[in-house]
Design a protein around this ligand. Structure first.
Ligand code: FAD
Ligand code: MLT
Ligand code: ZN
Length: 485
C-alpha cells in the first residue's frame, strides 16, 4: 500500500558477492563493513517506516580516499549504491529499494577549519548539523539552516536534499550558502571545489549540480559553507489567528514592521496542534486558553535585545488591538523560546507516533496554499483520517499530512495523483524541500517540463554512466505529466 516507483530490480546491477566483501574489507577494515542483521535492518528502513530495502551490507568509510576506492570498485562491478547520512529524509531517498550497497557517511565527521573573520566552515560531509552549530557558536557564528532533526542529520545529507528548514526566510537556500564541495563521483574520481571563497566566476558553478541531487550524481565528501553571525538577541511570538487571510495579513505586517529582524515565520493549524499535544504530552500548549484555527510562530533575531523586544511587543499589541491577532504570547527567555519551537519541530514526530502518514511538501502561491488542506479534508471525509497542515508560511511552503492508523490503499488512491494535480494546476512544486526520493520521482513531470527532465537525464548519464548511484530515485524511467504529451 505504499507508493513504490519501481516494482522490478534493474538487471543491469550485479548482485553482491563474497569477492566484493573482501575488497571492501581490505579498504575499510572489518569493523566498517557491517553485515550484522540487526544493524542492517535499521539501515534498510526509512524514518517514516514507509520504505524497507534488502541491502546485505553497510559500508562506513572515514576518508575521501577510502570512499573513492569503494566507488571505483562498485563502478567497475556495477554494484548499485545508496548514500546514507542521518537517514532522516522524508522521501525514501536514503534507503535501498532492493539490494543496493548502503554507503554511510557518518564516519567522515572531521571539521577541517573555521575562519572566524569570513565565517567560512570546511568539514567532512558526515558532520552532524547540531554539532557544527555548537562548534562555531564559540566563535559567535551560527549554521545557515536549522531543522528538527539537527542532532541526527548530517551536513552532507542537508546539502544533498537542499534542506530548507525553519530559518530559510532569513538565511536563504543552501544554493547560496554552500561555497564549495568535495564530491566522489560514481567511478571514484574526486571532484574538488572546496573553496572558501565567496566570489568565483570561473566558468560553470558545477557544485550547484550536487546540491539537492539526493545522491544520484555523486557522493559529497566535503562541504565548505558560509556561516552567518550568531544573533545576540532572539525573541519569539506564538500567535493565534482566526482564519487564513489573517495569517497572510500578519505575515505582510510582520515583514513591513519587523523586516530586518524577522528570522522565521511558521504556521500550524489546530489539527496539527491537537495531534501533537495528544501524542506528545510532555509538550506544552503555549496558549492553553485559546482555541483558534491557525497558530503562527514569528521569530526575530537581531543585535539589540531591548530594541528587538520593544519592536516585537509594539507589533503584537498593535495587531491585537486591530483584531488581526486573537491572542498570543511573546517569549524572550531562552527556555520559553525553546519550548515553543519544540512544539513546531515535533509535529512530524507526533505524526509518526500516531500511525502512518501520507506526507506532502509543496510550494504554492501562499494565498491558495491552505485550500489544498481544506480540499483534501473534504475529499477524505469518509475515512477515519486526520488531515493536518503546517509549514513554512514565510517561504510559501506547506506540509499536508494525512495521518491514518495503517496504510490504506483507498486513501492513497484518493490522494494521488489528486494532490499532485492540484499543485501542478497552480504551477506549484510537488516537492518544496524534501526532494523526490523514491516517493515522488514518478511525478517529477508535474513540476518540471520534458526539456528540463531530458537535461537532467543527460547529466545523470554523463556523471554516472553505469547508473549505480541511488537508482530508482529522482529520475523515473518514464515520467508522468499532468496532460499526456
Ligand atoms: P539522509 O536522510 O540520510 O539522506 C537524504 C538524501 O541525501 C538521500 O537521497 C541520500 O541518498 C542522500 N545523501 C545523504 N548523504 C549524502 C552525501 N554525502 N552525498 C550524496 N548524497 C547523500 N527537511 C527540510 O528541508 N526542512 C525541514 O524543516 C525538515 N524537518 C524535518 C523534521 C523531521 C522530524 C524529520 C525526520 C525530517 C525533516 N526534514 C526536513 C527532512 C530531512 O531531515 C532533511 O532532508 C535532511 O536534510 C536529511 O539529512 P540526513 O543527513 O538525514 O540525510
Ligand atoms: C517540517 O517542516 O516540520 C519538516 O519539513 C518535516 C515535515 O514536513 O514533516
Ligand atoms: Zn518543512
Amino acid at each position: 500500500s505504499r507508493t513504490v516507483a519501481t516494482s522490478a530490480r534493474d538487471g543491469r546491477y550485479a548482485p553482491l558477492e563474497q569477492r566484493d566483501i573482501e575488497v571492501f574489507t581490505e579498504v575499510l577494515g572489518t569493523q566498517n563493513v557491517i553485515r550484522d542483521s540487526q544493524a542492517l535492518e535499521a539501515c534498510n528502513r526509512d524514518w517514516m517506516g514507509k520504505y524497507v530495502g534488502q541491502s546485505q551490507v553497510v559500508l562506513r568509510p572515514s576518508s575521501t580516499k577510502q570512499l573513492s576506492k569503494v566507488m571505483a570498485h562498485c563502478h567497475g562491478r556495477r554494484l548499485a549504491v545508496v548514500p546514507q547520512a542521518g537517514n532522516t529524509g522524508l522521501a525514501g531517498g536514503s534507503v535501498p529499494v532492493f539490494d543496493e550497497v548502503i554507503l554511510q557517511t557518518g564516519g567522515m565527521d572531521q571539521i577541517h577549519s573555521f575562519d572566524e573573520v569570513s565565517g567560512a566552515l570546511q568539514c567532512q560531509s558526515g558532520c552532524i548539523l547540531g554539532k557544527l552549530n555548537e562548534h562555531i557558536a564559540e566563535a559567535g557564528y551560527t549554521m545557515p539552516l536549522d531543522l528538527g532533526p539537527k542532532d541526527e542529520c548530517q551536513i552532507g545529507g542537508n546539502v544533498s536534499t537542499n534542506a530548507g528548514g525553519l530559518k530559510l526566510i532569513r538565511y536563504g537556500s543552501l544554493h547560496g550558502s554552500v561555497l564549495g564541495l568535495e564530491v566522489v563521483l560514481a567511478d571514484g574520481t574526486i571532484l574538488d571545489t572546496m573553496t572558501p571563497l565567496r566570489k568565483d566566476n570561473t566558468g560553470y558553478d558545477v557544485k550547484q549540480l550536487f546540491i539537492g541531487a539526493e545522491g544520484t550524481l555523486g557522493i559529497i565528501s566535503g562541504v565548505s559553507l558560509l556561516c552567518p553571525p550568531r544573533p545576540a538577541a532572539v525573541n519569539l511570538m506564538f500567535l493565534a489567528v482566526q482564519d487564513w487571510p489573517s495569517a497572510l495579513q500578519t505575515f505582510v505586517r510582520a515583514k513591513r514592521k519587523l523586516g530586518e529582524i524577522l528570522s522565521a515565520f511558521e504556521f500550524l493549524d489546530s489539527s496539527a496542534l491537537d495531534l501533537t499535544l495528544h501524542q506528545l504530552p510532555h509538550i506544552k500548549n503555549p496558549l492553553p486558553q485559546q482555541q483558534a484555527p491557525f497558530y503562527l510562530l514569528v521569530e526575530t533575531s537581531g543585535s539589540n535585545g531591548d530594541h528587538d523586544y520593544a519592536k516585537l511587543k509594539a507589533f503584537f499589541e498593535a495587531e491585537k488591538r486591530d483584531g488581526l491577532i486573537l491572542d498570543g504570547t511573546v517569549a524572550s527567555d531562552k527556555d520559553h523560546i525553546a519550548e515553543i519551537w519544540r512544539l513546531r519541530e515535533n509535529i512530524s514526530v507526533a505524526l509518526n507516533k500516531a500511525g502512518k502518514t501520507y506526507k506532502y511538501d509543496m510550494s504554492l502561491p501562499v494565498a491558495e496554499m491552505y485550500g489544498l488542506v481544506e480540499d483534501v479534508r473534504e475529499r477524505l471525509q469518509q475515512y477515519p483520517v486526520n488531515v493536518v497542515g503546517y509549514g513554512h508560511l514565510g517561504d510559501s511552503n506547506i506540509h499536508l499530512n494525512v495521518s491514518t492508523e495503517t496504510w490504506n490503499d483507498d486513501v492513497l488512491h484518493d490522494l494521488e495523483p489528486y494532490v499532485y494535480e492540484w499543485v501542478s494546476e497552480r504551477r506549484g512544486s510537488i516537492s518544496a524541500e524534501h526532494g523526490l526520493g523514491q516517493m515522488k520521482s514518478q511525478y517529477i513531470g508535474y513540476t518540471k517540463g520534458p526539456e528540463a527532465i531530458n537535461m537532467m537525464q543527460s547529466l545523470k548519464q554523463l556523471l554516472d554512466p553505469n547508473g549505480i548511484l541511488n537508482p530508482y530515485k529522482v529520475l523515473p524511467a518514464e515520467p508522468k505529466f499532468l496532460t499526456a504529451t
